[in-house]
Design a binder for this molecule. Structure first.
Ligand code: CP3
Length: 343
C-alpha cells in the first residue's frame, strides 16, 4: 500500500490526482471474511474486542483500493453507558429494552465518560492507526443527536417517529434536555476519537430527514450547531444527513467541512445550493451495485460529470452498502471511480 492522502485533501478542498472513494458500512456482511468472523462472535462482542475491530476495519481496505478506513463500531455503543439497555436482534436491528419518554427518564440518563466507558474504542483506534502506518487515513464517527434520540425514544427503528415527535411537540423542555445530554456526550466522544488518532470524523444523522425544515430549525439546529462548534478542528468533519435534501441549507448552517449527500438529489444541484463552500461526499444509490456493469458505469460517469473535477468531492454511496451486493461490483466501483476521475 502506497501512502495515500487524497481523502484528506478532498476534505480540505485541495487538488487531488483522482477522486477519493470510501463506502459507508464498508466493513460488513457483504464480505465473506467479515461473515466468517461474525459466525463466531456477536456483533457487540466484535465491537468490544480491539483485535477483532482491527481485523474487520482493515478487511475492506485490504480487498479494495479504498482511500480511507472507518473504525468498526456502532452509533449506539455509547448509549449503553448512559443507561440505555439494547441488543441487536437478528432481523429487526437494534432493540432498546427501556425506551426513554418522560422528563424523569431523561434526567436519569447518566453522564458518559469515554475514557472510563469505552476505552476499547480508543485502544482500537490506536491499534488501527499503527497497522495503517500513515498510509491510509482513519475515520471516526458518531450518531447525531436526533438519530440517537429517535432510537432511545422509539425503542428501535421507526417509520413515523410518533413517540419522538410527541416529545418534541408536546414536551419541548424534555426534548431539549435530551438533546443537550446527547450533544455533551457526542462532543466528548468524537474529540476523544480524534485524540486517539481519528484523522476525520463523520456525524451520521440517518433519520433526521423525517422532519420539515421549520422543525429542524427549531428543534435540531441549535443543538447541531453546538455539536459542530465543540469539535476539535484539527481534523475535518463530515456531516451526513440521510433523506434530507430538503434540509441541506440548514444542515450546512449547522456545520461540517464536508456535507454528505444521498442519491435523491443530483450532486451538482446539491453542491450549488451549498454555494460550493463545503466539500461534498456521495452520492451513488447503494442499490446501483445490483445493476449491470454498464449501468454502474453510467451512474458513476454521471456523478463525476456533475462533480466536474471541482476540488472537494469524495465519492461514496448515498447510504451504507447493502449486505447482499455482489462483492465484485463493489470492487468494480472503486476501480472505476479512480480510473474515470484521473486528472
Ligand atoms: O462504516 C463502517 O464500516 C463502520 C461501521 C458502522 C456500523 N454501524 C457497523 C454495523 C457504522 C458507521 C455504523 C453506523 C450506524 N449504525 C448507523 C448510521 C449509518 C446508517 O446506516 O444510517 C445506524 C443508523 C446504526 C444503527 C444500526 N446498527 C442498525 C440499524 C443496525 C442493524 C441493521 C444492520 O445493518 O444490520 C446496526 C448493526 C450493525 N452496525 C452492523 C454493522 C456491521 C451489522 C451487524 C451484524 O453483523 O449483524
Amino acid at each position: 500500500m502506497a501512502r495515500n492522502d487524497r481523502f484528506l485533501k478532498a476534505c480540505r478542498k485541495e487538488p487531488v490526482d483522482c477522486t477519493p472513494i470510501w463506502m459507508m458500512r464498508q466493513a460488513g456482511r457483504y464480505l465473506k471474511e467479515y461473515r466468517d468472523i461474525r459466525s463466531k462472535y456477536s456483533f457487540i462482542e466484535m465491537c468490544k474486542t480491539p483485535e477483532l475491530v482491527v481485523e474487520v476495519t482493515l478487511q475492506p481496505v485490504r480487498r479494495f483500493e479504498l482511500d480511507a478506513a472507518i473504525i468498526f463500531a456502532d452509533i449506539l455503543l455509547p448509549l449503553e453507558y448512559m443507561g440505555i439497555d439494547f441488543e441487536f436482534s437478528k432481523d429487526d436491528g437494534p432493540q432498546i429494552k427501556n425506551p426513554v419518554r418522560t422528563k424523569k427518564e431523561v434526567e436519569k440518563m447518566r453522564k458518559f465518560v469515554i475514557e472510563e466507558h469505552m476505552d476499547y474504542l480508543l485502544t482500537s483506534i490506536k491499534l488501527v492507526r499503527k497497522e495503517l502506518d500513515g498510509k491510509l487515513p482513519l475515520i471516526g464517527f458518531s450518531g447525531a443527536p436526533f438519530t440517537l434520540a429517535s432510537y432511545i425514544i422509539e425503542g428501535g427503528g421507526s417509520k413515523n417517529y410518533i413517540h419522538t415527535k410527541t416529545m418534541m411537540y408536546k414536551e419541548p423542555d424534555t426534548w431539549h434536555l435530551l438533546m443537550e445530554k446527547l450533544v455533551d456526550m457526542i462532543i466528548d466522544y468524537l474529540n476523544a476519537q480524534i485524540q486517539a488518532g481519528a484523522q476525520a470524523v463523520q456525524v451520521f444523522d440517518s433519520w433526521v430527514g423525517c422532519l420539515c425544515p421549520s422543525d429542524y430549525k427549531e428543534f435540531i439546529l441549535p443543538h447541531q450547531k453546538r455539536l459542530f462548534e465543540g469539535l476539535d478542528k484539527s481534523v475535518p468533519n463530515i456531516h451526513f444527513a440521510f433523506g434530507a435534501s430538503h434540509l441541506l441549507k440548514l444542515v450546512k448552517e449547522a456545520g461540517g467541512d464536508v456535507i454528505g449527500l444521498d442519491w435523491r438529489i443530483d450532486l451538482d444541484d446539491a453542491w450549488k445550493s451549498l454555494n460550493f463552500e463545503t466539500a461534498v461526499q456521495g452520492n451513488l444509490d447503494p442499490a446501483a451495485l445490483y445493476g449491470s456493469r454498464d449501468y454502474i458505469k453510467r451512474r458513476v460517469e454521471d456523478i463525476l460529470k456533475r462533480a466536474g473535477n471541482r476540488n472537494g468531492h469524495i465519492f461514496n454511496l448515498g447510504h451504507g452498502i447493502l449486505p447482499t451486493v455482489p462483492v465484485e461490483n463493489a470492487e468494480y466501483l472503486v476501480n472505476l471511480v479512480h480510473e474515470l476521475s484521473k486528472r
